[in-house]
Design a protein around this ligand. Sequence first.
Ligand code: TRP
Ligand code: SF4
Length: 332
Amino acid sequence: MDNTARPRVLSGMRPTGPLHLGHLTGALDNWVRLQDTYDCFYSVVDYHALTTDYEDPSAIRENVIEVTLDWLAAGIDPARSCVFIQSLVPEHAELHLLLSMTTPVAWLERVPTYKDVQANLENRDLATYGFLGYPLLQTADIIIYKANAVPVGEDQAPHIELSREIVRRFNNFYGPVFPEPQTLLTPTPRTPGTDGRKMSKSYNNSIYLKDTEVQVRAKLKTMVTDPARQRRTDKGDPAKCPVFDLHKAFSTQETRDWATQGCTTASIGCIECKAKLADHVLARIEPMRHKREELAARPDTVMDILREGSSRARVVAKDTIQEVHRAMKIAY
Ligand code: TRP
Ligand code: SF4
């Protein structure tokens, strides 16, 4: 199969820890599918992790491995996709620097995530140069491979929009080096955590892809349900129940019909409903956990895959950087 004839996508994830069901429904499932039609580059973006975790970077290396294990377990295939570590391709950092010459500070200050994340992580000092430049580094990640499209969730759309503006400005000054990357919006089904809020590591409400059967069942057992359904004899409304959102993402139509019927007539209890959900979630993630354990038993394999992917990525990145040097008149 000749990947070079296909349109190219690039996406990245920050190495912040093992991945949960929200990552699966909101990104990974889609990344796996894209492998059939695109030339895929998937990066573990460790420089980006440093923009928020610079005070204590001690978990980043381990998390790079954790994230990669989850990718491979979910079906990212290193024979078809280029899977790599951002900092092993230091040309990303060089392109970030060169782009910083042309990017107005005001463009970065008005990115919605800039103030949002600062406000949400108030225990950290994010008034740094690196954090302001986060979307610029992301732009470098994308355009150094001349990616045509970037699969992301809605929250990241403004970043890709900015990438296009930065590309237009660059091409305007120095000639048409970069294609404008398109946003490939991933539909993100609501995937609440056990407390009903968005599933997130920092809320401590997550079901991880690497959780065991016992852990998954215990977590789902305590998950919040339709608050109006206090007693077993109360009728419930699946539309108001976060458990049902997970049924939508993981169960069969048959099970969803059973849950709807049983919930609205109080003929089933929430315990039963959640146990059934656990069956479906486990059917999905148990094979991943087994694959993950196989891979994790050989810790070198994962790092080997990442190093190999990074050197393949670097060949492409170096080519682009040379072209940029020529365009910017600093080729010697
Ligand atoms: N900013 C992205 C996120 O937080 C991660 C990321 C970094 C990324 N570089 C990227 C995503 C390039 C897409 C393309 O999810
Ligand atoms: Fe939610 Fe199921 Fe309980 Fe209904 S029966 S409230 S859908 S957990």
